[in-house]
Design a protein around this ligand. Structure first.
Ligand code: HEM
Length: 177
């Protein structure tokens, strides 16, 4: 393996692990934690503590995901074969969904006035966030299997094929004799 391969491996690991934490965390909160806590008085205290810790986790994970994501994109776009239009489409949808996930996550775990107002409908937004996060992973999967296009296929065949065949050497020995 070349040194750049190790950097690419680190970047993939650095992308997948925080992605698993973010998406898994969103699924856990929506399917287990919030339903289990219900609406009791203790619940709001626990939720508050969870939100404070979760906000820090999100910040660290989002930072690592963005840095490693841009590096992965640099590797994918400079490589040969290059990404196809399907890859571009999946990547664009993924980036939009990532922005949605980061925005909703920050409001769900924030403590500003806007965030507290937003949290009045936390069940609904939590579900939307979870679905968007799962869709991000689906887009990443599509990017993985999307066909790649060789960079040199744009060269017209006429330019690559010789216009005239080179003269064939006279194969018959002693032909002029
Ligand atoms: C919530 C945020 C995100 C999640 C959950 C996520 C998830 C994933 C996953 C699971 C993979 C597959 C990893 C692998 O097989 O190596 C991946 C790949 C990738 N991600 Fe993300 N990602 C997120 C954000 C981003 C961002 C912000 C960018 C770009 C700025 C990005 C760019 C990429 C690229 C370029 C790949 C490689 C795809 C390929 O060519 O195979 N991701 N992502």
């Amino acid at each position: 393996m070349e040194p750049t391969d190790y950097i690419q491996l680190l970047s993939r690991w650095g992308h997948i692990i925080p992605a698993v934490i973010l998406v898994g965390g969103a699924i856990f909160m929506n399917t287990v934690l919030i339903p289990a806590l219900g609406a009791s008085e203790d619940a709001s205290e626990v939720k508050d503590k969870v939100k404070r810790t979760w906000a820090k986790v999100i910040m660290v994970c989002a930072g690592i995901i963005i840095v490693s994501g841009f590096y992965n994109a640099y590797v994918a776009f400079k490589g040969d074969p290059k990404p196809s239009p399907i890859y571009h489409a999946a990547f664009t949808v993924k980036l939009v969904l990532v922005a949605v996930v980061f925005y909703i996550s920050s409001l769900l775990s924030g403590r500003s006035e806007v965030a507290i107002e937003f949290q009045k409908k936390e069940r609904r937004w939590g579900k939307i966030n979870m679905i968007a996060a799962i869709a991000v992973v689906l887009c990443a999967g599509l990017m993985q299997v999307a066909p790649r296009v060789a960079r040199n296929t744009s060269i017209p065949a006429a330019e690559t094929a010789p216009s005239e065949l080179p003269p064939t050497p006279n194969a018959t020995p002693f032909a002029n004799e």
